[in-house]
Write a protein that binds this ligand. Sequence first.
Ligand code: PEP
Ligand code: MG
Length: 589
Amino acid sequence: MRKLEGLSASRGIAIGPVFRFVQEESAPIPRYTISEAEAETHWNRLQKAIGKSTHEISLLKDDRSTEQSDILSAQLMMLEDPEFIPQVKRDLFARLQNIETVLADKVGEAAGILRMTGDTYLAERAVDIEDAFERVMKHLLQDAIGRESLPPGSRNPSPANRFIPPGAILVARNLKPSESLFLKDSGVAGVVLEEGGATSHVAILARSWKIPAVMGVRNALDAVVDGVELILDGSEGLVIVNPGNDLINVYRSRSMSDQRHETVSEAERIELIRSPAVTTDGVQVSLRANIALPEEAEAAREEGAAGVGLFRSEFLFLGSEEFPDEETQYEAYLSVVEHMNGAPVIIRTLDAGADKMIGEQLSLKEKNPLLGWRAVRYCLDRRDVFLVQLRAILRASHYGDIRIMFPMISNVEELDAVLDVLEEAKASLARDSLPWKKRLKVGVMIEIPSAAVCADLLAKKVDFMSIGTNDLIQYTMATDRENPKVAHLYDGFNPAVLRLIRQTILAGIKTRTEVSMCGEMAGDPASVFLLMGLGLRNFSMSPALLTPVKELVRRVSLNDAAELAEAAMELSAAREIRKLVQERMKNYE
Ligand code: PEP
Ligand code: MG
């Protein structure tokens, strides 16, 4: 038996055999021989892949700085090289091996020759060749994935296209949000990750889908083999490898008693769902739901959400090669509105980038993606993609109370630019005689410290602001929300974070602008107690957390919350604030 410790990411107990998922750094290159007749097909595939790559690079080149543009021009030249490409063709027909093999060898050979010259300029051209053809290789491999002719075992591994036995516990280094989508209907009993934190997107999804998860478990993959029995205690952040029958029985009965406890309180839960979110001294609070997929709207309604406070629209874009077109997006937004029966639905525009890369973001290989080409920064450069999404949201707004929210706004100029594109989208709908809600509310996320500091300036231009604590904590504390090594610094009770939150709430009060919170802090009852005291009245959280938070709201008085907040803001450390909140919570037990 061996115990591994990590971070609690999604509550609950899971017991089951291990399924190890080992990601490769990059897709393996399949190597196989081909017939003479097939060589022609492989040559055509190469030309197609080069065509796609050239198109992508040209698009990127158009809106890049001169320096970046020079690099991209060099890559374009490589792809059109009048000597290199015919050499690849000659090799392909002479060697009769698949095009991926021939290309990889040829690129390696050319780059090697340039590096051997010892000339710095030529060595840099070697990097250009490798970069340019890596893009071509990506297209070749993607094209190959759909082909029956590909030898088994040479596909790019993703947990979604591997058979994972239902009831197994998935152990991996990390899962990208796009890779996590499959978890919902996979029957996976639990998830253990070496990386990740409580507010990483995979943790957020696991909580929504009630899959127990522990993250930040160092060397988890090395500590287990496929099939070995595992106990995962999501509440304690604990993983037990090879526990033995006695311990399994202990945890089984603990899990059953947890479930019984839940069954006992089922009647109470239904009562809570029907009851208003009002404090004992009569203050009404609004509790909305965060969703990532349109089908989660149903769970949100069933759990009594007063609307959708955050629809993470980027999940429509993840996991497929093509971006969803206007019609597909329109249908998705419409289906959420229809489920919510007239309650507000806040659709956040595409927050791609950082851990949720799409399209050309992937090939950019940013040094600091968290500080990079993300969310509205990407959308303002890819106006075409942005306009399609805005048109789809606007069209759906005709049928319900849709509100638009822009993520990662960092300053007023950026907000102005985004609002201009929104006007352009409206004008294009007008030209097409398509209706949209004329009094559509527009808001921003406050998730970058600069936005919180200037919340009063932003507030003048919008109808609402929603505090995204997941990123706000990350950027305020300079702490990657997925890095377990620095997880101790990632704490919303840090005075710096609380001051930014308070500043945003006060800016909202001063400018009469609605302020809400949709970060994970809004789903934590202890935090909600404190935040109500700071003046917050609107919270949005995973549907599964709506009843625990409502239960807290109905138990406390605003008077006590305000006293707590006043005392907490005098303290200088997150630990002291947490202790104080816990003490005050005890008064209500
Ligand atoms: C946030 O940053 O708090 C937020 C809600 O957005 P996301 O978690 O998707 O980054
Ligand atoms: Mg965010």
